[in-house]
Design a protein around this ligand. Sequence first.
Ligand SMILES: Cc1cc2nc3c(=O)[nH]c(=O)nc-3n(C[C@H](O)[C@H](O)[C@H](O)COP(=O)(O)OP(=O)(O)OC[C@H]3O[C@@H](n4cnc5c(N)ncnc54)[C@H](O)[C@@H]3O)c2cc1C
Length: 329
Amino acid sequence: MNRLQLIAPDRSSVNLNYESLTIKRYDFDHLLLEQAIRAGTLVLQGTKIVDFIEEKGAIVGVRAKTHDGKEVIIRSDLTVLATGAATPLIKKAHLLETPLPSAFAVRAYHHGELNGFSGQLTIFYERALLPGYAWIFPLGPEVYNIGCSVFLDNVTGRQTPNLRSVFNSFLIRLAASNPSLDLKQLNTSLKGAPLRTGLTGSRLYGDGIMAVGESIGVTYPLTGEGIGKSLESAEVAAEVITEAVYQGDFSSHFLLKYKFLMGARFGRRYRSYASAQRWAKYPFILNFVSDRVRKNVVLRRRIESILDEKQDPTEIFSLWGLVKAFACC
Ligand SMILES: Cc1cc2nc3c(=O)[nH]c(=O)nc-3n(C[C@H](O)[C@H](O)[C@H](O)COP(=O)(O)OP(=O)(O)OC[C@H]3O[C@@H](n4cnc5c(N)ncnc54)[C@H](O)[C@@H]3O)c2cc1C
């Protein structure tokens, strides 16, 4: 797809150029798994890690259970935790700093045509969800991913909305202009999960262990994108693991390098997405930005390069960014 439509809280819309690929999560995970197997990974499907094995303060492997209840012990010089936002294993690895997630999201798949939503991504900045949003992403002919996310606001203590009921209200409004929307069928495919964002909430490493992906909060604040970021964190971890194997050193002292590399490459980005998220919770700011962007091609290009991660979101969502946007028109 090459277009993105943003719908502001006042229902005004902005159309942007934005290259994207969409795929059902199941298919994406399957592709990734196939690649991993091709690269030599041994996969134990249906096996659940239940605990870590610790010796002299270092993690030296895991205890796992197969789908039929058999215990499996796997010893290793280094364990990589990649279990997403669920906290039990992060805690057992002594890496958990904040038990609460930063956000929640739900999604459902709609099969059938949706008027006006094919061939582009659509994001709705719904008042009740800000700075979260609802979305409609086409996944192919007559298949759509419809969902919404809400960020927990620990700073102002604002009551977090009930995600399911906001999602239902959103669907009911959507159904008014799309009679093919089958609310019952959507509810049966509804899936939700917590998100950990901003590269916060967990330590990245310990003696004999490194964590990647959402377990270290790599999902972006503001946008809730985490798939690409999880893969990027795994690439950085792989660089450090290669060196650790070469040096034969799996101590936290050596693995500190991972934290430095992550901070140097991505730290600034996470800070600016978190800052932008604080601005995006005000409907009048989103309405203002939407109005300026619609009228001004320079601002439109700026938003497009933010979406392409070529520019910082604080270029728009900061006091200075907003002053510049105001001066632009
Ligand atoms: C509704 C929703 C929509 C989203 N949409 C997008 C999107 O459009 N684009 C985007 O970039 N991001 C999106 N995200 C965020 C994205 O899903 C996450 O950032 C990403 O999946 C994190 O990847 P991960 O590999 O770290 O964790 P996960 O994808 O959560 O994978 C962790 C894996 O570990 C397994 N696991 C957990 N515990 C154990 C255990 N004890 N033993 C063995 N295995 C275990 C889990 O079963 C799971 O397979 C969305 C999130 C939600 C909730």
